[in-house]
Design a protein around this ligand. Structure first.
Ligand code: 5GP
Length: 187
C-alpha cells in the first residue's frame, strides 16, 4: 500500500477517461479505497447502487448535506447533485490509508478548502479534438446533454493551473502508472 496516506482528488473535463483510469487502478490495487459518491441522477444500464454510486432522491441528498455528512457536493452539468460522503473518507485517512476521490472541479475546490493537505490531480486529454471524439463516442447522452457537457469541459480545462499535478490520459496503462506513483502505490 501507500508509503504515505494521502487524500488524492482526481478531476478533469468530462469524458477525459477518469473512470477508466480509476478502474485500472482498482484492478491493479484491489485494496485501494475509492470513494463512492452519492448522486440524484438515475442509474445508467449496468450501474449498481452502492458500487458505482449511492443513488438517492433529491430530498435524501439535501438531508445528508444539512446533516453535515457531505465532504463536498456540487450540481454537475446544471442537472444533478453529486457529493462525497464524509464518513468513509475520514475513516480511511484516520486508519492511515490513502483515499481517492473522482469528482468535478467545484468539488475539488471544496476539498482544497476543507482539507488543504489533499493532492489535486487534473486529468487532461491529449487534445481538445480527442476529448470531443470521446464525448461523442460514448453515445450515452442526447444532443442537448452532450452540448452541455462540452461547455462544462471547456470551463474545466481552463482551471488546470489550480491543480497540483497534471496527468495526460494519452494511454491508459501509462497514465495509470503515473497515478500509482502519485498515490505512492507500489507495482
Ligand atoms: P456521471 O454522471 O457521468 O457519472 O458523472 C458526471 C460528473 O460528476 C463527473 O464529472 C464526475 O466527476 C462528477 N462527480 C461524480 N461524483 C462526484 C462527487 O461526489 N462530487 C462532485 N463534486 N462531483 C462528482
Amino acid at each position: 500500500m501507500s508509503t504515505q496516506a494521502r487524500l488524492v482528488v482526481l478531476a478533469g473535463p468530462t469524458a477525459v477517461g477518469k473512470g477508466t483510469l480509476v478502474a485500472e487502478l482498482r484492478r491493479r490495487h484491489p485494496d485501494l479505497f475509492v470513494s463512492v459518491s452519492a448522486t440524484t441522477r438515475a442509474p445508467r444500464p449496468g450501474e449498481e447502487d452502492g458500487v458505482h454510486y449511492h443513488f438517492v432522491t433529491r430530498d435524501r441528498f439535501e438531508e445528508l448535506v444539512r446533516g453535515g455528512q457531505m465532504l463536498e457536493w456540487a450540481e454537475v452539468h446544471g442537472a444533478n447533485l453529486y457529493g462525497t460522503p464524509r464518513g468513509p473518507v475520514e475513516a480511511e485517512l484516520a486508519a492511515g490509508r490513502s483515499a481517492l476521490l473522482e469528482i468535478d472541479l467545484d468539488g475539488a475546490r471544496q476539498v482544497r478548502t476543507a482539507m488543504p493537505e489533499a493532492l489535486l490531480v487534473f486529468v487532461v486529454p491529449p487534445s481538445w479534438e480527442e476529448l470531443e471524439r470521446r464525448l461523442v463516442g460514448r453515445g450515452t447522452e442526447g444532443e442537448e446533454e452532450r452540448a452541455r457537457r462540452l461547455a462544462t469541459a471547456k470551463v474545466e480545462l481552463a482551471a488546470r493551473a489550480e491543480f497540483d499535478r497534471e496527468v495526460v490520459n494519452d494511454d491508459v496503462a501509462r497514465a495509470t502508472s503515473e497515478l500509482e506513483e502519485i498515490l505512492g502505490l507500489a507495482r
